[in-house]
Every structure is written in structure tokens, then in C-alpha cells.
Design a binder for this molecule. Structure first.
Ligand code: NDP
Ligand SMILES: O=C(O)C1=N[C@H](C(=O)O)C[C@H](O)C1
Length: 250
């Protein structure tokens, strides 16, 4: 039997971090060597000797964390949101100097959420209209969600590849925000309400029919199979991997 993979968790006292620590401790092939949160020294992560760092912190700090981890030759599984195309390019730049290091950045590790994004991408060119509604707990720092932004980018790319016409919208008078955010021409609406965890609807419309693709994360255990899969595989995937679709064969 091989030794368990040493894992450190950043954001360990947070909602996701606590769930990830419990999951790592319960997995026979993984071992938790550091659980770090705000106020702890990042150097304690390197001192603990992890093969993989899992980051669920905050969009404002995740880039500093990633640079530290990559510079120390540690693989990273990142669930923290806030990754723009520019940020991903910066990560690729750091990885160019550390070609053996693997980094997986995924806006959503829930298998159902990942599938729903794929379904939306497939459906979008076949419908005149498409809008996204994401619904989350009110303690969430970022809006719209990373998942919604990624879904919008993928839908827009699929529509562009299919030469889809612009989405119809006759709005000429608007209270700011009423039509949501515009991400690559796709309208994204964010709802925050106590009791919710993480939910998303992609509403597609054509003459005489609508299709609604809905995903619900009812608790944070929904993200754990994807996090564990990425943690097990990241060392075998040097460079930057965005999303875990490829690990799932999608
Ligand atoms: N990819 C996915 O599948 C998922 C992604 N997420 C994303 O993960 C991130 C975290 O979400 P969630 O757990 O709900 O948020 P929380 O606020 O509950 O947890 C974040 C934790 O990170 C801590 N933290 C802040 N700065 C640092 C730092 N510099 N070093 C170490 N820890 C730090 C926070 O401390 P403090 O509270 O004191 O600031 C907090 O304990 C968000 O970006 C969220 O969108 C969430 C769910 C699933
Ligand atoms: O903050 C959350 O809770 C979540 N964040 C991720 C996102 O912004 O997409 C993933 C999931 O929606 C839960």
C-alpha cells in the first residue's frame, strides 16, 4: 500500500474549508498535514510538507496563496472564485517557471453543476434566448458566482461558434441592475437569501417553448467528490487545468 497523499487546506475554518478538512481526514489515501486560515503564516504550509494544497479562501487572497504554493513546488486544487482570463494567464506564467507543478482551478466541484454547464453549452445555440439566475446564501462575498460567470462565458462561446444571432431584448428604459449583469452578452441575475446554499437556473427560450436547466447544491458535501478527485489527480496533470470536466471525461 502506498503512503497517503499529504494535503494542506487553506481557508480551513471557512464553510468549505471545514468540510474539506473533514473529507480529507476521512479519505484513506489522503492525510491532512496543515489546516491554515487567516492570521496563520503561509510558511507553516510549506513546513508541513504537503504534496497538494486545497484553497477555499477569498478572491482577494487566492492569487498570493497560489504564487506561494507554486514557488514552493506544491500542487494546488483551487475552488476559490474570482478567476478572470487575466488571472488565469498570470497563473500560467508562474507555472512556466515550475513545469512539474499542477494547478486545478474549478469554479464548481459539484458533479451536477458541472454537467448542467455542459448541458447549457449544448443547448444554447438551439434557443433564441438564454439567461442565468444564480441563487446563494447571503454570506457569499462575490456576485455573480464564479459558476454563473463560467456558465455565461461557455454559453457565449458556444453561441459565437454556432453564429447565433444576438439575444433579443427590447428594453429601453431600465432601473440600473434590473436586467442583471452582462457577461459576454448573457444576462446573469444573482439572488441572495438565507436558507439557500448554491443553486443555478439556466433559462432558455424559443418560440413556443422554454427549457430550464436547474442545479441545486443542498449542502457542501455536494462539492466533495469533485474536490477529492482533483486532489488525487492534480500531481499527474502538470500545468493549469480549468474545471474538472476533463477529469470526468466530459
Ligand atoms: N469551487 C467550488 O466548488 C466552490 C467554491 N466556493 C468558493 O470558495 C470560496 C470560499 O467559500 P466559503 O468557504 O463559503 O467562504 P468562507 O468565508 O466561509 O471561508 C473562507 C475562509 O478563508 C479564510 N481566509 C480569508 N483570507 C485568508 C487567507 N489569506 N489565508 C487563509 N485563509 C483565509 C476566511 O477567514 P475569515 O472568515 O476570517 O475572513 C474563511 O475562514 C469562495 O470564493 C466561494 O465562492 C464555495 C463553494 C464551492
Ligand atoms: O460561495 C459559494 O457558496 C459557492 N461558490 C462557488 C461559485 O461562486 O460559483 C460555487 C458554488 O456556487 C458555491
Amino acid at each position: 500500500m502506498t503512503d497517503p497523499v499529504p494535503v494542506a487546506v487553506l481557508g480551513a475554518r471557512g464553510r468549505m474549508g471545514q468540510e474539506v478538512c473533514r473529507t480529507v481526514e476521512a479519505a484513506q489515501d489522503l492525510t491532512l498535514v496543515a489546516a491554515v486560515d487567516i492570521g496563520d503564516e503561509l510558511s507553516s504550509v510549506a513546513d508541513a510538507g504537503p504534496l497538494v494544497v486545497i484553497d477555499f479562501t477569498h478572491p482577494d487572497v487566492v492569487m498570493d496563496n497560489l504564487r506561494f504554493v507554486i514557488e514552493h513546488g506544491i500542487h494546488a486544487v483551487v475552488g476559490t472564485t474570482g478567476f478572470t482570463a487575466q488571472r488565469l494567464d498570470v497563473v500560467r506564467g508562474w507555472l512556466a517557471a515550475a513545469p512539474d507543478v499542477g494547478v486545478i482551478v474549478a469554479p464548481n466541484f459539484g458533479i451536477g453543476a458541472i454537467l448542467s454547464m455542459r448541458f447549457a453549452e449544448l443547448a444554447a445555440p438551439h434557443f433564441e434566448s438564454v439567461e442565468i439566475v444564480e441563487l446563494h446564501h447571503p454570506d457569499k462575498a462575490d456576485a455573480p458566482s464564479g459558476t454563473a460567470a463560467a456558465t455565461a462565458h461557455r454559453i457565449a462561446a458556444a453561441r459565437a461558434a454556432a453564429d447565433s444571432p444576438p439575444i433579443p431584448d427590447a428594453t429601453t428604459t431600465e432601473l440600473a441592475g434590473a436586467r442583471g449583469a452582462d457577461i459576454d452578452g448573457i444576462r446573469v441575475h444573482a439572488v441572495r437569501a438565507r436558507g439557500l446554499v448554491a443553486h443555478q437556473e439556466i433559462i432558455l427560450g424559443a418560440e413556443g417553448e422554454t427549457l430550464t436547466i436547474r442545479h441545486d447544491s443542498l449542502n457542501r458535501s455536494s462539492f466533495m467528490p469533485g474536490v477529492v478527485l482533483a486532489t488525487r489527480q492534480v500531481a499527474a496533470h502538470p500545468g493549469l487545468t480549468v474545471g474538472i470536466d476533463s477529469l470526468l471525461g466530459l
